[in-house]
Write a protein that binds this ligand. Structure first.
Ligand SMILES: NC(=O)c1ccc[n+]([C@@H]2O[C@H](COP(=O)([O-])OP(=O)(O)OC[C@H]3O[C@@H](n4cnc5c(N)ncnc54)[C@H](O)[C@@H]3O)[C@@H](O)[C@H]2O)c1
Length: 334
């Protein structure tokens, strides 16, 4: 989810939203605030991008997605214009890759201070406690049991009681430019996730390469929406830069593919035929997975800001097997 604020002085308002973003992180994928200096869509470059880049703060930046997003944004807006933050100590290579500061989003005053002192114009909230760790985290499960699951529509009964409603108020009252992306399960090679319901889809690659055996904690026919990390980060940047006038909504689903552990196993076996997969179902994760959408309906993102995924299952497996090697350095969560 992202939040865009018109003008730096109002960025402090984003902190208020950011603070409540604790519940926001529980229901949405990520959030951020911006002066709205963006406006570039898919490869077209606005001249003011270089002259007046946004100053970005990413909270919860040491998780699966934050470091990759910081890398992408730094390439685009300049190393010093993107600050990573978290409540954990960063690994050395992350600490030396660009600005990093401590920021606890529960500490409203500290967050406000960071926004003001650094002239932050985009606030990206990635801070979260993932689903199987904090069962309250609803990320893609934000829809709840009363919502259609296949596919989960853009608009349906969600009763979010979350940052979305809160930020809508801030949008009308203070001009807060709030944007939210709902991610499916994200799959990346350089980060071992910890605590998400879709973790199996990352772990299976490491197990396949390392030992040739994987024990899956979801049923073989559990279908969930998934996306390769490169698509996820590109979608995030594209939505960040989409002109506000193009956005018919403030919250968008993005989708790429849906598959089951069985589907994934079959695809990996095309490259590693000896892969053995056994199932020991974790009731908590299975219950969460069973309550989640099996697919996302994302036509609004495709229509409004031109979202288009590059990776389907075959490309995903190929990319993962290229990047996951026995010697691959992993960043472990938690
Ligand atoms: N990774 C996925 O598959 C996936 C899927 C759907 C949605 N999402 C959402 O995308 C966002 C980023 O996901 P991720 O996988 O990088 O999450 P992650 O769990 O890997 O990382 C979350 C980070 O938030 C930090 N954090 C926790 N409490 C904090 C606090 N009080 N203040 C500041 N930081 C705090 C943690 O230290 C951690 O580094 C989250 O909102 C998540 O719910 C992720």
């Amino acid at each position: 989810m992202w939040v865009v604020v018109k003008g730096w002085s109002r960025a402090a308002s984003a902190c208020i939203v950011g603070r409540r973003g604790v519940s926001c992180s529980s229901s949405c994928s990520s959030s951020w605030a911006s002066t709205g200096t963006g406006g570039r869509r898919h490869g077209s470059t606005r001249s003011e991008d270089a002259a007046d880049p946004p100053k970005v703060l990413i909270t919860g930046g040491l998780g699966q997605l934050g470091v990759g997003l910081a890398k992408l944004l730094r390439r685009r807006f300049g190393k010093n214009n993107v600050i990573l933050s978290d409540i954990k100590k960063p690994p050395k290579h992350v600490f030396h890759s660009g600005p990093f500061i401590y920021s606890d989003i529960l500490d409203h005053k500290n967050l406000r201070e960071i926004v003001v002192n650094n002239n932050i114009s985009w606030l990206v909230h990635y801070s979260a406690v993932l689903s199987a760790v904090g069962e309250n985290n609803l990320t893609i499960g934000a829809f709840g049991p009363s919502s259609p699951r296949d596919p989960a529509p853009e608009l349906c009964v969600q009763r979010p009681r979350t940052i979305y409603g809160v930020s809508k108020y801030y949008h009308h009252r203070y001009g807060l430019d709030f944007r939210c992306l709902r991610y499916p399960g994200i799959i990346s090679a350089d980060f071992q996730p910890g605590g998400g319901t879709t973790d199996y889809a990352v772990q299976i690659f490491h197990a396949a390469v390392k030992s040739g055996h994987f024990e899956c904690n979801l049923h073989s026919d559990t279908r969930l929406p998934m996306m390769y990390i490169d698509d996820c980060l590109r979608a995030t940047l594209e939505m960040l830069e989409a002109p506000a006038s193009a956005l018919g909504a403030r919250t968008y689903n993005i989708n790429a593919m849906s598959f089951t552990p069985g589907d994934l196993t079959r695809e990996i076996r095309k490259a590693l035929p000896d892969l053995r997969v056994t199932y020991r179902v974790d009731p908590l994760r299975q219950a969460i997975a069973d309550s989640w959408p099996m697919a996302f309906e994302d036509s609004a993102a495709r229509r409004d800001w031109g979202w288009k995924h590059d990776y389907d299952l075959a490309e995903l497996v190929q990319a993962m097997l290229t990047h996951v090697t026995p010697g691959n350095r992993l960043v472990h969560a938690n």
